[in-house]
Design a protein around this ligand. Structure first.
Ligand code: HEC
Length: 173
């Protein structure tokens, strides 16, 4: 029993010292061009999804029902604040978008129209820790974040004409 306990203590000490050595000697590659560790993405996604499930707003959602004017307002906000990373129909993917450690999904290829509005709202409001995805709480109003949410929810192939014209603008990178 004693030997068993000493075994556990030794393993714990080795893990703590090892973990500290990784930190102190900076053994984790810190460039944005580093490769991901095995399971890094899976673990991050698990924590993000669990947090969103706990905190996302539930229906009925505010600032509805969605009109063409709401979608247009969302499209304009999108071109100014988001398209540089997530793309638009009017531009190629920017260098800034291509160079990120966690690749920003390109909404020109895969939208988020299948996701519940509350989930998308949470992502825009809070952003994603340790990635380029900013938190827009504090720089955009709650109404603007809902306008963006409703714009993305509509789907890029179903936009009303005025919003579709904005979606075809370049992002000005
Ligand atoms: C500087 C780059 C950058 C900007 C600007 C940016 N994002 Fe992101 N965004 C990201 C990255 C990177 C991710 C992926 C994070 C991850 O998967 O861990 C992301 C993820 C997302 C997601 C989740 C996509 C999915 O498939 O689940 C949504 C929704 C989103 N962003 C919306 C927006 C909106 C709306 C704006 C503008 C108001 C915006 N983003 C601005 C980089 C950016």
């Amino acid at each position: 029993m004693r030997g068993y306990l000493w075994g556990i203590v030794t393993v714990v000490v080795v893990l703590i010292v090892g973990g500290f050595a990784v930190y102190w000697f900076a053994l984790v590659p810190m460039g944005a061009d580093a490769r991901m560790f095995p399971n890094e993405k899976k673990m991050a996604n698990h924590m993000v999804n669990a947090t969103i499930a706990r905190e996302e707003p539930q229906p009925p959602y505010p600032f509805g029902p969605t009109t063409d004017a709401t979608i247009l307002a969302g499209a304009k906000l999108y071109i100014t604040n988001c398209a540089v990373c997530h793309g638009s129909a009017g531009s190629d993917q920017s260098n800034m978008s291509k160079g990120q450690y966690v690749a920003p999904p390109q909404f020109t290829k895969h939208g988020v129209d299948d996701d519940p509005e509350g989930e998308t709202y949470w992502k825009i409001e809070h952003g994603y820790r340790f990635t380029g995805m900013p938190a827009f709480k504090g720089t955009l109003t709650e109404e603007q974040i809902w306008q963006l949410t409703y714009f993305l929810k509509r789907g890029m192939d179903k936009l009303p004409p005025a919003a579709d014209a904005v979606w075809h603008q370049p992002h000005g990178d």
